[in-house]
Design a protein around this ligand. Structure first.
Ligand SMILES: C[S@@+](CC[C@H](N)C(=O)[O-])C[C@H]1O[C@@H](n2cnc3c(N)ncnc32)[C@H](O)[C@@H]1O
Length: 301
């Protein structure tokens, strides 16, 4: 029997657009994909999937009967909606894409180790892995544990893109329950501090949420560039904001001091206003370096 992981059911259409945009590229060549929304809540995620994958066959499950009823009513015409349990997932699988968004976690963080131990996370991930087709894509966002710590991870490669910025909102734990990343608020912005179990092989690993089956050994695929800054962009002014310069009521030991740089301007070929955005933070694997994410391009109109 499957346990309930996340007990909150908040959801909204077009949550995590950059993740979906990246998935459409990572799924290139898969016709009429079968997609599972694992933990669909009231069904907004079904509409998001249909928007990004119009030719997909969508399946959606939740463990909570009430939200499942709402999902059936509002989005049942776009998907096969069913109660989440191992038998039902097996009956409808295998899938080409499985999305577990804000499901494999517990709030508040002090309940995680007791109510949703790593063994439960591992079991759920294994069930999803069993029903993912070869070369299929597994998306796990906002999870209390890291996919990399599961035994199935060694068969997967990691998919990364310029537009997927590490933006989870839950604390992350090592399998033994030691904090890995601790979420804090800095002037109403989300910030992460390193917990005692924090260790990474590379700085990008902090935001990994997309995994391709049978890629092998959690190797990293080439980063997918989806929103490069056009050569015809002309900068008018620059604005930078780092977390550490903002006031915080909390103690922020081991803050990962993310800085966001905005170059504001115009694309002189199209005449459209926009901005180049770049995230960076002091490297957590090499203390003498700063980790820069690629710059991405955003239109204002
Ligand atoms: C915060 S909502 C996320 C909704 C949607 N995936 C999104 O990202 O917007 C979490 C949902 O996961 C569901 N959930 C928790 N444990 C589950 C399980 N074992 N199987 C399926 N759904 C589960 C909850 O009932 C809840 O509706």
């Amino acid at each position: 029997m499957l346990l309930q992981a996340q007990t909150h059911n908040s959801t909204f259409i077009f949550r995590d657009k950059p993740v979906y945009k990246t998935a459409t590229v990572a799924m290139t060549g898969i016709q009429n994909p079968k997609i599972l929304s694992f933990g669909c809540s009231v069904g907004d995620e079904i509409a998001t999937i249909k928007a990004f994958f119009p030719d997909s066959e969508v399946f959606a499950c939740d463990i909570d009967e009430y939200v499942l009823g709402v999902a059936q009513k509002s989005a049942g015409h776009m998907a096969t909606v069913f109660k989440s349990n191992v038998e039902n997932i097996e009956t409808h699988g295998p899938f080409d894409l499985i999305i577990a968004s804000a499901v494999l976690c517990r709030n508040p963080a002090n309940q995680v180790v007791e109510k949703f131990p790593f063994s439960q996370f591992h079991e759920m991930v294994s069930i999803l892995d069993d029903q993912l087709a070869s070369n299929g894509l597994l998306i796990i966002t906002n999870a209390s544990y890291r996919f990399a710590d599961t035994a199935v991870a060694e068969r997967y490669s990691i998919v990364r893109s310029d537009i997927m910025v590490p933006m989870n909102f839950v604390d992350v734990f090592a399998p033994d329950g030691t904090p890995f990343l601790i979420q804090k608020n800095v002037s109403s912005r989300k910030a992460y501090c390193q917990g005692p179990a924090f260790t990474l092989k590379d700085d990008e690993e902090i935001g990994d949420c997309m995994f391709k089956k049978d890629g092998g050994q959690l190797s990293v695929q080439d980063l997918i560039y989806l929103s490069p800054v056009p050569e015809s962009f002309v900068e008018h002014c620059v604005f930078e904001r780092s977390l550490s310069e903002l006031k915080s009521s909390e103690k922020l030991e081991s803050l990962i001091d993310v800085k966001v740089r905005h170059r504001l301007g115009v694309d002189i070929i199209s005449g459209l206003k926009g901005y180049a955005e770049q995230y960076s933070w002091p490297s957590t694997v090499n203390s003498s370096k700063v980790h820069f994410r690629p710059e991405t391009w955003h239109l204002l109109e």
